[in-house]
Design a protein around this ligand. Structure first.
Ligand SMILES: Nc1ncnc2c1ncn2[C@@H]1O[C@H](COP(=O)(O)OP(=O)(O)OP(=O)(O)O)[C@@H](O)[C@H]1O
Length: 269
């Protein structure tokens, strides 16, 4: 790891004024006489404008955490503050791209993407124009009038991304958004996401289990272990823009890759 890489103590941010403040969060799922603990005493401060990547193996509680941060589920104990106010349900300021498909099956791509603006009462012409721009942005030009059942899994994912962006949220929660895409498209959409984030002040919380994706995107990576334990919390000080071919041979990238890989392996023990 480079000398300039900042390693935070587990679960701590460096800035008191977080956009998202997660405090001592726990989530249990009772099942019969059993009590499954998905998250235990998890705390994190997400700073405004930060691109935070949560990296962890399958089942460590990443989606459970994002569901809580989106206000879709209630914690068993602990608290989430959004801009200083306790989160008690979904907020229009927070966009969430879930792992599961939530497109409306009876609406075509355009009508799905324009939905958040329609709900806000925006006129048809301007919301259609914006929908079209976002459909092109995610590479779905030509599929405007296809229904979700007529799209591939990766295309549905991109339509969902466009719909989330149509709402223009200030904070984006993304649960493995590019996992199902081919390598080329993945690289393109990672680039688009960075363009959408950089210089806008938006905050991004991005879940992946791919170390390379984490290092290409993040300015901070938190590695999660079982029940959401924080195994490592590092700032990624690699220069932007990060060309995938060039950054892979940067000694700092190599060192960070190794640290993240070791942390993930240790968490699996
Ligand atoms: N609604 C639920 N009811 C019962 N158990 C659940 C529920 N949601 C999650 N869990 C359990 O909580 C744990 C964490 O699940 P979660 O989906 O958050 O993991 P994850 O890190 O997102 O995994 P993946 O990378 O595979 O998506 C798992 O043991 C899972 O079985």
């Amino acid at each position: 790891m480079s000398a300039s890489t900042i390693v935070h103590p587990a679960g701590q941010g460096t800035d008191a004024d977080g956009v998202l403040e997660v405090r001592d969060l726990a989530k249990h799922f009772p099942k019969g006489d059993q009590d499954l603990v998905a998250l235990r005493e998890f705390s994190i401060t997400v700073r405004p404008g930060q691109f935070l990547v949560l990296l962890g193996r399958s089942g460590c509680g990443k989606s459970t955490l994002l569901n809580l941060m989106a206000g879709l589920t209630r914690p068993t104990s602990g608290q989430i503050l959004y801009r200083g106010t306790a989160l008690s349900g979904p907020s229009t300021e927070i966009g969430y791209l879930t792992q599961h498909d939530t497109l409306m099956p009876w609406r075509d791509v355009t009508r799905n993407v324009e939905m958040p603006r329609e709900l806000r009462g925006e006129g048809k012409r301007s919301r259609r124009e914006e929908a079209q721009r976002l459909i092109e942005l995610v590479g779905l030009g030509g599929f405007e009038h296809h229904f979700p059942r007529e799209l591939s899994g990766g295309m549905r994912r991109r339509a969902s991304l466009a719909r989330m962006l149509a709402a223009d949220p200030e904070t984006l929660l993304l649960d493995e958004p590019f996992g199902a895409l081919d390598a080329q498209l993945r690289t393109e959409l990672q680039g688009e996401l960075l363009r959408l984030w950089q210089g806008t002040g938006r905050t991004v919380v991005f879940v992946t289990h791919d170390i390379e994706e984490a290092l290409l995107l993040a300015d901070r990576v938190v590695v999660l272990g079982p029940v959401g334990s924080v195994l490592l919390d590092v700032d990624v000080d690699l220069q932007r823009p990060r060309d995938p071919d060039e950054v892979r041979v940067d000694p700092r990238f190599v060192a960070l890759h190794k640290s993240l890989s070791v942390a993930l392996k240790e968490g699996a023990r």
